[in-house]
Design a protein around this ligand. Structure first.
Ligand code: ADP
Ligand code: ASP
Ligand code: MG
Length: 635
């Protein structure tokens, strides 16, 4: 039998009409022969209002009590939706996160799911009920109510779809795990012996028709995407497309859940989030996004030696704060500087976390609020040249200065003044012609030369390695653990560094324009303000192009200011750690930096993203670093 998880966001249950509408949608799916789980968010702006309410009482409310308060929003919704379905004559039951058995860690206000017990859900479904589950909440090992972070109802929905799908694929768990660890034993018992659901899909209903090339509220000519890959969506969500929580996509990808974002107000086909297909690499940029309220932190006078970045990022990760852009300047005279961004609301906690590091290492800290991050994402970036240049040129054309630049495998992010944020987003959206129809966004994919791996809805296969029962059970019992799948060593890149570029619009563009004209593929880019209105810029290129890149860079630099120095370094190695949810799982960076520090390996450049973290080290340390990281991540 097939199962559908339908998630209704806050706007889709905001008033009586919409609640009835959600109820009818669920009943339609039931009548079409599916088992139905409905996950709901708090109505309208309830969560924001509850946060305001707490602030009236306390400036920094204890997070445990915050969760107690915030979880009430979803509890109201589930009761109302269940009543609506009952009113329309179908069987329904509402369940809180705790009642469903969504067990999380104890990290209040941003808890992670550890496991989900499906017994009660299954019983209710098998007895013909539509089950209404409160999104965004769970319970920790000692019975405290927890919440999963803003937008967490998406995570609940996809996690439920994932667990039901995986449970369905476990054939006879008991024979395999008898005598195994208690945790697995419990899980196996909880799966029960009932009929297995095989076909599971997840529809996320909202107030827009799907996922757009950027936020349609900010850029009216944004275009709806028909399809986007898990990786692209992960990156988009992590750089500010709040249309889906990044952790929900992490689950969808990890457990191969077919996911559709669609409108609860119309029957228009939504956006499908699917595994990557070959045709996607023809699309250079799939979307753009902005994080409006960021804060930049600069750690200055950092001793340029192993272990220092580890101390800084371990202190922040220990507070479960996900660092955003990281740009580490190449050291000179034994001192380096490390710049990074965090969400503005995390600045206070970040600065507090760094107090001990300041005292111990004598570094200086500067911070700045009122900055926004604008990013572009696209699979085609891996293979096309001149993408960075086009983005930077579009910004300098509208007079926007870039305060920091970082890149990932399939994304480029720049930090700008908050006042320039929307202008910058519109400029990059136009520069990549994202308002125009193209395959996957208004033109049928069949018309593209697909190389054979087109996209077919609802027939997406589970990854073959996930078939082993023991493996499935252990994955289920660590649902939201970090997945690091690979560590690779790249010795084919060289680095260009340019010191003292005046911080003005257009300067970086001139450099990248020259490099793009020479048809050179730029990989990592890191630009970070140094001091006194100057920035340092580093980027990597294929080693075979290094000398040529240095020449064009030097020529371009001369046109900016005579005292700019550009250097080339062929003595670097890059370590690439790939996985899912790498940035939001603060533990990945911590493990990475800690491992390299233990081996006395100095980090010269860092790039982070949800699917890939890269660090540059001295060439002589490459192999050593590779072995260390492989063993740290159990590969
Ligand atoms: P819900 O309450 O249904 O969870 P959200 O507010 O979380 O809804 O997400 C829907 C909103 O996300 C839309 O109204 C839209 O303004 C905003 N949004 C931001 N980026 C995008 C994007 N790339 N595509 C579509 N919507 C986006
Ligand atoms: N109600 C929560 C929030 O506003 C969870 C959600 O809507 O997904 O963040
Ligand atoms: Mg949402």
């Amino acid at each position: 039998m097939s199962l559908v998880v339908q998630k209704f966001g806050g706007s889709s249950v905001a008033d009586k009409e919409r609640i009835m509408n959600a109820a009818r949608t669920a009943i339609r799916a039931k009548k079409a022969g599916h088992q139905v789980i409905v996950v709901v968010s708090a109505r309208g702006d309830t969560t924001d209002e509850l946060i305001e309410l707490a602030k009236e009482i306390s400036e920094h409310p204890p997070t445990r009590e915050m969760d107690m308060l915030l979880s009430t929003g979803e509890q109201i919704s589930i009761a109302l939706v269940a009543m609506a379905i009952l009113e329309l004559g179908e069987k329904a039951i509402s369940l809180t996160g705790a009642q469903v058995g969504i067990v999380t860690d104890s990290s209040h206000t941003k808890a992670r799911i550890k496991s989900i017990f499906t017994e009660r859900l299954r019983e209710a479904l098998d007895s013909g009920h539509i089950v209404i589950v409160a999104g965004f909440q769970g319970i920790d090992g000692t019975g405290n109510i927890t919440t999963l972070g803003r937008g967490g109802s998406d995570t609940t929905a996809v996690a439920l779809a994932a667990v039901m799908k995986q449970a369905a694929e476990v054939r006879r768990p008991s024979s395999v795990v008898r005598g195994g660890p208690t945790e697995l034993q419990d899980l196996a018992d909880n799966l029960g012996d009932g009929p297995r659901t095989t076909d599971v899909a997840c529809d996320i209903y909202t107030d827009v028709d799907g996922i757009f090339t950027t936020d349609p509220r900010l850029v009216p000519d944004a275009r709806k995407l028909d399809v986007v890959s898990y990786d692209e969506m992960l990156e988009l969500a992590s750089v500010g497309a709040n249309v889906l929580s990044s952790r929900s996509i992490e689950f969808a990808r990890k457990f191969s859940v077919p996911l559709q974002k669609r409108s609860s107000f119309s029957d228009v086909e939504g956006t499908w989030i699917v595994p990557e297909a070959t045709w996607m690499s023809d699309v250079v940029v799939v979307g753009a996004a902005m994080v409006k309220d960021e804060a930049r932190v600069a750690v200055i006078d950092v001793p340029d030696r192993p272990g220092v970045s580890h101390k800084i990022f371990a202190a922040i990760a220990a507070k479960n704060i996900a660092v955003d852009m990281i740009a580490q300047n190449v050291g000179s005279e034994g001192k380096a500087s490390i710049g990074f961004t965090v969400p503005a609301i995390e600045l206070h906690a970040t600065l507090r976390a760094l107090e001990s590091v300041v005292a111990e290492m004598g570094v200086r800290i500067q911070s700045e609020e009122g900055v926004s991050k604008v990013s572009i994402v696209g699979t085609g970036m891996r293979t096309h040249t001149g993408v960075a240049q086009r983005m930077f040129a579009s910004l300098s054309d509208v007079g926007v200065n870039m305060k920091m630049i970082t890149t990932g495998d399939i994304k480029i992010s720049v930090l700008v003044d908050k006042a320039d944020g929307v202008k910058a987003l519109r400029a990059v959206h136009a520069a990549f012609r994202l308002d125009q129809p193209r395959p996957g966004a208004g033109l049928p994919i069949a018309e593209v030369k697909t190389g054979g791996s087109g996209f077919e809805r609802r027939t997406i296969e589970t990854s073959p390695q996930a078939k082993d029962d023991q493996d499935l059970l252990s994955r289920l019992s660590h649902m939201e653990d970090i997945v690091v799948s690979d560590v690779a060593l790249d010795e084919e890149q060289g680095r260009i560094t340019i010191f003292n570029i005046p911080d003005q619009p257009g300067n970086c563009t001139r450099i990248f324009h020259a490099v793009a004209q020479a048809n050179i593929v730029v990989d990592m880019i890191v630009a970070n303000p140094a001091e006194k209105g100057r920035s340092n810029l580093s980027f990597s290129v294929p080693i075979a192009d290094l000398q040529r890149t240095l020449e064009v860079t030097q020529q371009a630099a001369k046109t900016i200011a005579p005292d700019i120095v550009a250097t080339a370094d062929s003595n670097i190695a890059r370590l690439i750690v790939s996985g899912i949810g790498m940035r939001t799982h603060t533990g990945v960076a911590r493990t990475m930096f800690g491992t390299l520090a233990e081996r006395g390996i100095n980090i010269a450049m860092i790039n982070t993203s949800e699917i890939r973290v890269s660090v540059v080290v001295d060439r002589s340390q490459g192999q050593n670093a590779l072995e260390a990281l492989r063993s740290a991540f159990g590969l």
